[in-house]
Design a protein around this ligand. Structure first.
Ligand code: FAD
Ligand code: NAP
Length: 512
């Protein structure tokens, strides 16, 4: 590793000499330098090291606008999947405690939730994961550097510590896995000054209180779901539709369930301003785009869940000519995760057109490491990626939405099998199961290949994961019917689905 001289001109000279030397000799400090120690970057660097490569991974967390900071592991571990799923679990337990009384548990006194206890336990778990990642890197002989990386050329990365100390690293290959960060609607007065994002919500020590969640996709609905579930007055402000890109019948079931669960929805509304009152409360003014009327209400917190932007600012990509997609700012990639500049690769949330999901980032990172180490030529398959939205009623799916299948195959070219079912655990608890539903979208002709599978209900992620394998193997409707169910489960309903939408028959499952 060569130290970078501070003076501009001296740095240039040192760097030129350095570049010259390694171009002649082909020697680099590392085989691989990975910028970004999140889901993808960690998987890629550990895999490469296991294959005998000399690897360094740079991870640096720029604090959120509110000043929230966290450790190694990226979005998923610190401000994404992990704390989110644990807060979702906290909310589900609230429902379970209510159900428990119907099952004979004697619970005296009112049931209430303490945010600080939950937050502390989850934050401690996340810290243990941060530590675990550091240990794993050490065990696997990956050099971890807590520095912010930028590109100098296609073999050179400059790193800078928080204190401004600079380091130069050279590598045969460079991988960018810097993910993304939440957007703020900067055009809305007070949005940035008074609002939170998902980078903050999981690290709050005190309850956010009455909360307005702006946005209506994964992050908005999941956060609104657990906030409602732990007893907070929660409103979701939706400017257009919920869960854009997902099957809209299923999206409707998810939001109907949330509505019945206690989450409020302000449909077709757009925020205009956020003002802090002398009481400390946040006054939000918004426009109802249906009527054009303006409304105001006060909240303790406003959570912006209005999408994410790729983290490319600090990387110096333009200087090297790494091509970005203008509309999204993400890096344009080949199927082998190559950028427009030789020896520079990228994947995960930073990659244009890639799913913003942890398992795809991990798998893509491992496969890239194997290819760069010359151990494999296998490319990442981004088709048939299953996903689950962890809303109070979970929604899991794989493949096409009904709308997309209809667009591609025509209304007469698809057959949709569907069922409304009642999870057994809902019966004794006397819970409403109106939104527990599944549908299997198939080609109508031939063997009725399954095009899309959708499920709302308890443990939708667990259910969908298993069926995703069948889907990956090209399952047909008859394969589904040949599959023996496991009784009594919710997943078995998928193996029994027989009513077509076309028939117009009642799709409610009755009996076992
Ligand atoms: P990241 O995990 O974002 O890692 C990038 C890392 O690079 C970060 O640590 C960042 O600080 C660092 N970095 C950035 N710039 C630099 C630089 N110049 N130098 C050094 N380091 C840098 N996905 C799921 O599959 N399931 C879920 O349930 C789920 N829930 C989510 C919930 C929320 C609230 C959010 C926001 C996301 C969720 N996701 C979920 C998405 C998932 O977290 C991301 O898809 C995944 O983390 C992307 O991994 P990555 O490696 O591309 O980037
Ligand atoms: P997203 O999917 O891009 O959705 C952004 C939402 O904000 C949309 O509802 C959008 O509405 C709305 N919006 C955008 N700008 C707005 C504005 N100015 N005012 C009001 N509303 C606005 O973003 P996300 O929910 O942050 O999720 C990002 C990614 O993280 C997802 O694609 C997903 O892959 C990943 N993620 C995964 C999980 C999981 O696997 N369970 C969970 C969370 C996140 P319009 O539809 O009108 O544009």
């Amino acid at each position: 590793m060569a130290a970078l001289c501070r003076g501009k001109h001296r740095w240039k000279r040192t760097n030129c000499l350095h570049v010259l030397t390694r171009n002649l000799t082909g020697n680099y400090d590392y085989d691989l330098v990975v910028i970004g120690g999140g889901s993808g970057g960690l998987a890629c660097s550990k895999e490469a090291a296991q294959l005998g490569q000399k690897v360094a991974v740079l991870d640096y967390v720029e604090p959120s606008v509110k000043g929230t900071k966290w450790g190694l592991g990226g979005t998923c571990v610190n401000v994404g999947c992990i704390p989110k799923k644990l807060m979702h679990q906290a909310a589900l337990l609230g429902t379970a405690v209510k159900d428990a009384q119907k099952y004979g548990w004697q619970i005296s006194g009112p049931i209430c939730h303490d945010w600080a206890t939950m937050a502390e336990a989850i934050q401690n778990h996340v810290r243990s994961l941060n530590w675990g990642h550091r240990v794993q890197l050490q065990d696997k002989k990956v050099k971890y550097l807590n520095i912010k990386g930028s590109l100098v050329d296609e073999h050179t990365v400059k790193g800078q510590t928080k204190a401004g100390k600079e380091t130069i690293l050279t590598a045969k290959n460079i991988v960018i896995a810097t993910g993304g960060r939440p957007n703020y609607p900067t055009q809305i007065p007070g949005a940035m000054e008074h609002g939170l994002t998902s980078d903050d919500i999981f690290w709050l020590k005190k309850s956010p209180g009455k909360t307005l969640v702006v946005g209506a996709s994964y992050v908005a609905l999941e956060c609104a779901g657990f906030l409602t579930g732990v007893g907070l007055d929660t409103t979701v402000m939706v400017r257009s539709i919920a869960l854009r890109g997902f099957d809209q019948q299923m999206a409707g079931l998810v939001t109907d369930y949330m509505d019945a669960y206690g989450t409020k929805f302000a449909w077709k509304c757009v925020p205009k301003s956020v003002d802090k009152l002398s009481s400390g409360a946040l006054q939000v003014t918004w426009t109802d785009t249906h009527t054009g009327n303006e409304h105001k209400d006060t909240y303790d917190s406003v959570l912006w869940a209005v999408g994410r932007a790729p983290e490319t600012k600090a990387l110096g990509l333009d200087k090297l000519g790494v091509q970005l997609k203008r509309e999204t700012g993400k890096i344009i990639l080949g199927s082998d995760e190559s950028t427009s500049v030789p020896n520079i690769y990228a994947f995960g949330d930073i990659g244009e057109g890639r799913p913003e999901l942890t398992p795809t980032a991990i798998k893509a990172g491992k496969l890239l490491a194997r290819r760069l180490a010359g151990h494999s030529t296998e490319l990442m398959n981004y088709d048939n990626v299953p996903t689950t939205v962890f809303t109070p009623l979970e929604y899991g799916c794989v493949g096409l939405s009904e709308e997309e299948a209809e667009k591609r195959h025509g209304k007469d070219g698809i057959e949709v099998y569907h069922a409304f079912y009642k999870p057994l655990e809902f019966t004794v608890a006397e819970r409403d199961a109106s939104q527990c539903y599944l549908k299997v979208v198939c080609e109508r002709a031939g063997e009725q290949k399954i095009l899309g599978l959708h499920f709302t209900g308890p443990n939708a992620g667990e259910v969908t994961q298993g069926f995703a394998m069948g889907f990956q193997c090209g399952a047909t409707y008859s394969h589904l019917l040949q599959t023996v169910g496991i009784h009594p489960t919710c997943a078995e309903e998928l193996t029994k689905v027989s009513i077509t939408k076309r028939s117009g028959l009642d799709a409610t499952v009755t009996g076992c």
